[in-house]
Design a protein around this ligand. Structure first.
Ligand SMILES: *[C@@H]1O[C@H](CO)[C@@H](O)[C@H](O)[C@H]1NC(C)=O
Ligand SMILES: *[C@@H]1O[C@H](CO)[C@@H](O)[C@H](O)[C@H]1NC(C)=O
Ligand SMILES: *[C@@H]1O[C@H](CO)[C@@H](O)[C@H](O)[C@H]1NC(C)=O
Ligand SMILES: *[C@@H]1O[C@H](CO)[C@@H](O)[C@H](O)[C@H]1NC(C)=O
Ligand SMILES: *[C@@H]1O[C@H](CO)[C@@H](O)[C@H](O)[C@H]1NC(C)=O
Ligand SMILES: *[C@@H]1O[C@H](CO)[C@@H](O)[C@H](O)[C@H]1NC(C)=O
Ligand SMILES: *[C@@H]1O[C@H](CO)[C@@H](O)[C@H](O)[C@H]1NC(C)=O
Length: 713
């Protein structure tokens, strides 16, 4: 992959950059493989020493007196367990040891890629409300490919010492220095925490990078690059090297980040199966469960396996799952023909042909000497190293960085170009450098963004929210080629990437922003505030790709999220009752929560007190009645009266009743329950039916999507 030209792997680049491949991490030594031995919560006994326990278990299982080369790492700060090299037989023996909850092979996951903050309404300058004292005490943990510490986005000019609660370290390896902005770094890859791929630098600067004026990618996207909470501190946890991100490293990073005292975790990584893993096999879900139990919200990218239905890879209710959409700024790369016609293509093309016209050569298999000094027109996604530039046909709805002059045209424009070339004696044209345009179809969920429904918990709507994730300019690693072509020799400090990897840190920045005003709010309150205040999206598009399965509650709105009025709260016990409702055995429950729990009560999954409501119904023919029980907490003003309103989406034939339909809240923190009953018949097997419940007191509009659907995906 690494050696292939970007133009050959336009589609597969997305996979490299944004998705994930799950291949077992094998060991050089024969038939031994790295397994995660997960032991749940840490015993509270003071005399318990996890390391020696891990060593003795390992010795017992291997029968070897030394654990040399066997123990890969120990988890001992936020939960219990270790990673070790084991043979298949040893793995079986290990699973039977008392105290061992589960043993699973360490897998490889992959990384999922500025005007975006302005677009969301979080402007720079005095008009934006900021709680700077708390913002400066807020620490964001970023689990990614490391970070470029010298980036101006992470300069500590004007920063005081790290917050007192910080218990982390700076152990980024040789020649890696932290500062009062980048206050911590840990490396789980043996490469050092320095980012050589650009991805981790990009995501960290999007959450919490300083405002850096005049940032651009060769002049493209010129402006101030900044994160959502520029005054906050960053701790970088490098869990990915160039081959991917191992589950055992990810679990270690959660273990450390929680204990180090981060306030929020942003993680733009995931599996590439195109299939969500069950919670007990999902390292990120397990790590995030422990974070949630300690009051830390995990914001996670939904994946780049869209637009197929059921492709969302982040499926747990204790994480905030983010889809990717466009903003009002788009990048185009125009093609101007000898006949004066301009075709608007996509690509991030930094090369300037100065408007000079070159002969156009059309062909799929053109000999190299034929394209010398000319522009190649090709229906394949190939670019020529010999030609002056290439014009290709492409179906993608976003622009990516190219190593050579290139524009990608839609089918119609490409057909026009070919007929121009065919019908003209000496066809000529030129490719212009990329320019920014005002994008008319802003906040549209992009094709690659993973879609619901959720295959693990069919009654839990995922993704939760969408945010800018297309053509995002942010800080980069000068070591990394800006395109996916490793022969690309350009070295840049800022670059343009697209992916749910890029939308995730936008929402993490918003979550941190909300937390700076409400430091006491639970992770679920912050999640609820972000979801119920989202901009409504248009659910009347064609097909599942543009429904709630694409964007969840809608598009994130940072300012509105500060003041949601009512929230839907959840704690650890609620999540456990939800898992019980999914019929998890106590054995499996232990896998996720890390402790022995027996199900006392089961919550029907759709009755989890989640800010969205969703139910999968058995058949499309019959009529149905489905209820959702919810409880809201008043975080607005005392003595407020909320009235319910139902807004049906385009084409929806649902009937929805709310009982009681009015809630009177005397005091702040007061809770009140209500039931939503949805009836209907004849569901479309290929499209979800949806409505919105809005609780309004005249000031706040607390909106939840209601989605029912049936088989057909
Ligand atoms: C440390 O890293 C910086 C940034 O890459 C580089 O400029 C510098 O030469 C390195 N120093 C050493 C001693 O390797
Ligand atoms: C970026 O914008 C600034 C301010 O508008 C301008 O001074 C600067 O020349 C621009 N830089 C590039 C590379 O276009
Ligand atoms: C253009 O010419 C090529 C080669 O002669 C031919 O294969 C192709 O069908 C023509 N295309 C159009 C759109 O005229
Ligand atoms: C939603 O999309 C439909 C179909 O594209 C369009 O007719 C309608 O006007 C849109 N509604 C809004 C509010 O944008
Ligand atoms: C759990 O088990 C109950 C009783 O067997 C069954 O009715 C229900 O459908 C199951 N729930 C799920 C989510 O599988
Ligand atoms: C849902 O709420 C209704 C009305 O309060 C109540 O009768 C019912 O028992 C609740 N169902 C569940 C599963 O909690
Ligand atoms: C709310 O209403 C009660 C009863 O009318 C009143 O005693 C109380 O002062 C009110 N609280 C606020 C904050 O207005």
């Amino acid at each position: 992959m690494a050696n292939r030209a970007a133009s050959f792997c336009f589609l597969s680049c997305v996979i490299v950059l944004c998705l994930s491949s799950v291949s077992a991490v094998t060991d050089d030594r024969q038939d031994k493989q790295v397994y995660v031995v997960y032991m749940g919560s840490l015993p509270s006994r003071v005399e318990y020493t996890p390391m020696s326990h891990h060593m003795s278990i390992l010795q017992e299982v291997t029968g070897e007196s030394s654990n040399d080369g066997r123990l890969v790492r120990s988890y001992k700060r936020s939960f219990n367990g270790f990673a070790a090299r084991l043979t298949p037989t040893e793995r079986e023996r290990m699973a039977k040891i008392e105290g061992v909850v589960s043993v699973f092979p360490s897998k490889k996951l992959q990384i999922h890629t500025t005007t975006s903050w302005d677009f969301m309404g979080l402007k720079e300058g005095k008009n934006t409300k900021r709680n700077l004292a708390v913002e400066s005490d807020t620490i964001i943990g970023v689990l990614d490919t490391g970070i470029w510490p010298e980036s101006e986005s992470f300069s500590d000019k004007g920063f005081g010492p790290p917050p007192k609660k910080w218990k982390g370290v700076c152990s980024g390896g040789a020649n890696f220095t932290c500062n009062n902005k980048l206050i911590g770094a840990r490396d789980y890859t043996r490469e050092g925490a320095r980012d050589s791929q650009g991805h981790g630098t990009h995501t960290a600067s999007t959450v919490a990078g300083n405002a850096v004026a005049g940032a651009s990618f060769f002049g493209i996207g010129n402006g101030t690059a900044r994160g959502g909470v520029p005054a906050s501190r960053i701790a970088a946890y490098k869990v990915c090297d160039s081959t991917g991100c191992t589950s055992e490293a990810i679990l270690s990073a959660f273990d450390d980040a929680i204990a180090d005292g981060v306030d929020l975790i942003s993680i733009s990584l995931g599996g590439d199966d195109d299939e969500a893993s069950k919670y007990e096999k999902d390292t990120i879900a397990i790590g995030a469960f422990h974070a949630m139990a300690k009051g830390i919200l995990t914001v996670h990218s939904g994946g780049n396996s869209g637009p197929n239905p059921a492709s969302v890879l982040s499926v747990a209710p204790w994480m905030l799952t983010v889809a990717a959409s466009t903003t009002n700024r788009g990048f185009v790369s125009k093609v101007v023909l000898g006949n004066g016609k301009t075709l608007v293509g996509k690509s991030v093309n930094t090369f300037d042909l100065k408007g000079k016209n070159y002969p156009l050569v059309y062909g799929e298999f053109v000999e190299e000497p034929e394209v010398k000094g000319k522009i190649l027109v090709s229906g394949y996604s190939v670019s020529s190293e010999i030609a002056v530039a290439s014009i290709i046909k492409d179906y993608l709805d976003y622009a990516s960085v190219k190593p050579r002059p290139l524009s990608a045209l839609s089918q119609d424009d490409f057909d026009y170009l070919v007929s121009y070339v065919n019908s003209t004696k000496s066809p000529q044209g030129t490719v212009l450098k990329t320019e920014s345009i005002y994008n008319q179809i802003a906040n549209k969920v992009i094709s690659f963004s993973s879609r619901g429904p959720n295959t693990v918990a069919v009654d839990l709507l995922k993704p939760d929210i969408t945010a800018p994730g297309v053509e995002i300019l942010a800080a980069y690693s000068p070591l990394a080629p800006p395109s996916t072509d490793n022969s690309d020799q350009r070295h840049v400090k800022y670059s343009v990437l697209s992916g749910t990897s890029m939308s995730c840190p936008h929402v993490a920045g918003v979550a941190a922003y909300v937390k700076t005003f409400h430091p006491q709010w639970s992770p679920s309150a912050i999640q609820s505030a972000i979801m119920t205040t989202a901009w409504p999206m248009n659910a009347s598009g064609t097909g599942v790709a543009s429904t709630e399965f694409a964007y969840g509650a809608g598009h994130v709105d940072p300012i509105a999220a500060l003041n949601p009025g009512l929230v839907y709260e959840l704690d650890k016990a609620d999540h456990i009752a939800f898992l019980c409702g999914l019929n998890y055995t106590s054995q499996t429950l232990k896998l996720i929560s890390g402790e022995a729990v027996t199900c006392t009560g089961k919550t029907l999954p759709r009755n989890l007190n989640y800010p969205s409501m969703s139910a999968k119904l058995p058949g499309s023919d019959s009529s149905f009645t489905v209820t959702f029980n919810r409880t809201v907490t008043n975080l607005g003003t005392p003595n407020s009266t909320y009235k319910s309103k139902i807004v049906l989406n385009h084409g929806s034939k649902l009937s929805v009743k709310v009982s009681p339909s009015v809630l009177s809240m005397k005091s702040v923190n007061e809770k009140q329950a209500f039931t939503v009953t949805v009836t209907g018949s004849g569901l479309d097997p290929n499209l979800p039916s949806s409505a919105n419940l809005i609780w309004s007191d005249g000031t706040h509009n607390v909106r939840s999507p209601i989605v029912v659907y049936t088989d057909g995906y």
